[in-house]
Design a protein around this ligand. Structure first.
Ligand code: B12
Length: 359
């Protein structure tokens, strides 16, 4: 294919993706991320790996090891929803875990993208997709495709947009001219480093197993110190992103939407852009309700969000620990009622075992 024709297909891809709500699109080749491979090899033994990543470093960095026909990786960013502030005694959900699970939202957007590409006779035989759960390192390809730069908080920051975006990868079996990586615009700013309650930023390596977001998702026992450090975080942590100057525009829009909007809900209609200012999603969750969730209530309230993927027990463990932090006495009666019960989450039982806590 001639260069002119390749550029024209690229432009058409972008146009279709943007019409579906993707906020930025970058293209890069299928060569492996060699620097990252070396870096990952060096950090494997330092608590930098979570159980959430592929163990084989080659599969995290080399698109052709995952799909031999791959020639181009397209990286797409989709905005996260605007949310409303939680109430003082509520548990707090990260923006990536409110509303319909972003994995579903992005996959459904990508399915529409493929359909529209077929309609314009897109010249690829096959196209493969990844949203978060595949093996390849998304931020590494995002950096190389010029989608944004990596903040000191590890986040991919899209210029003019910020980091409250979810990423997706589209793999093509045709070569298209790559985009250029962009400069890092953090300058000397240290705000995220200063804000991190776990003090994991700004170190030589990011020890992911100490990040509070990880702790809220971990099925390992939390120590009392770790549980205390969660504060009111029920699932995920946005603190380092909230401190970032590049996210202040997003946070202002949220504030405005929250003041205007009548409807503050847990859900929004599929297909409505996440950044639609008519829907402000609730980030707060009633802790006592979470503690008492039945399976059916969990399915109704959380299963379809990204806060649901670790199961009901993890949310209940976190809710209990937050109530402990808030000295909410209702947890004591709840524990007494449930301690001999199968419904007491195993991880919480293990954490409280042997300490005679609250009994
Ligand atoms: C495992 C994982 C986690 C782990 C570990 C996070 C981490 N920082 O490593 C935990 C559970 C802690 C986590 C937390 C969160 N995550 Co997460 N996570 C992932 C996942 C599945 C893999 C990440 C990974 O491989 N990490 C290893 C490190 C080394 O890579 P990285 O930080 O992703 O990217 C760096 C490298 O590529 C590096 N790099 C590239 N080339 C080179 C070369 C050299 C020489 C060096 C030194 C480095 C380097 O630069 C990048 C930026 O620092 C990705 C999805 C995916 N498949 O990639 C989502 C992903 C990174 N997570 C995401 C989100 C939203 C979050 C949270 C914000 C959720 C929340 N609110 O709680 C937090 C943020 C925590 C943080 N400060 O990073 C988004 C990020 C969006 C964005 N704008 O950046 C992703 C892309 C999911 C998605 N599809 O949208 N996550």
């Amino acid at each position: 294919m001639e260069l002119q024709e390749q550029l024209s297909w690229k432009a058409r891809f972008r146009e279709v993706a943007e019409s579906l709500g993707f906020i930025k699109v970058g293209f890069t080749g299928a060569q492996p991320l060699l620097d990252l491979t070396q870096y990952l090899k060096g950090t494997e033994k330092e608590g930098c790996f979570t159980p959430f990543v592929e163990a084989d470093i080659t599969l995290r960095t080399d698109p052709q090891a995952v799909w031999a026909a791959c020639k181009t990786v397209v990286v797409l960013a989709y905005p996260l929803p605007l949310t409303s502030k939680s109430q003082p005694n509520e548990g707090v959900l990260a923006r990536s875990s409110v509303g319909e699970d972003y994995h579903h939202v992005l996959h459904s957007r990508l399915d529409k993208l493929l359909q529209k590409l077929r309609e314009i006779n897109w010249p690829s035989e096959q196209i493969q997709l990844q949203v978060d759960t595949g093996p390849l390192n998304e931020r590494g390809f995002a950096l190389r495709s010029g989608l944004g730069w990596a903040g000191r908080n590890q986040q991919l920051i899209v210029p003019g947009v910020g980091s409250f975006v979810a990423l997706a990868l589209v793999f093509l079996d045709q070569e298209l001219p790559p985009d250029e990586p962009m400069d890092n615009l953090c300058g000397t700013c240290q705000k995220c480093i200063q804000s991190c309650p776990a003090q994991v930023l700004g170190k030589e390596h990011f020890v992911a197993t100490q990040c509070l977001s990880f702790l809220t998702q971990s099925k390992e026992r939390l120590s009392d110190g770790q549980a205390k450090s969660l504060g009111q975080r029920l699932f995920g942590c946005d603190t380092c992103q909230e401190a970032c100057p590049h996210n202040q525009g997003f946070l202002r829009r949220e504030e405005e939407a929250q003041n205007k909007v009548q409807r503050q809900s847990y859900n929004r209609t599929e297909g409505v852009s996440y950044s639609d200012e008519a829907t402000c999603l609730r980030r707060g969750a009633d802790l006592y309700e979470v503690l008492n969730l039945t399976k059916a209530q969990f399915n109704e309230r959380f299963r379809w969000t990204a806060a649901g993927w670790r199961g009901k027990g993890i949310l209940q463990r976190n809710a209990y620990r937050i109530m402990e932090n808030l000295q909410d006495e209702r947890r004591i009666a709840w524990l007494n009622e449930n301690k001999d019960n199968q419904t007491l989450p195993l991880v919480l039982r293990q954490e409280l075992m042997g300490k005679n806590k609250d009994r």
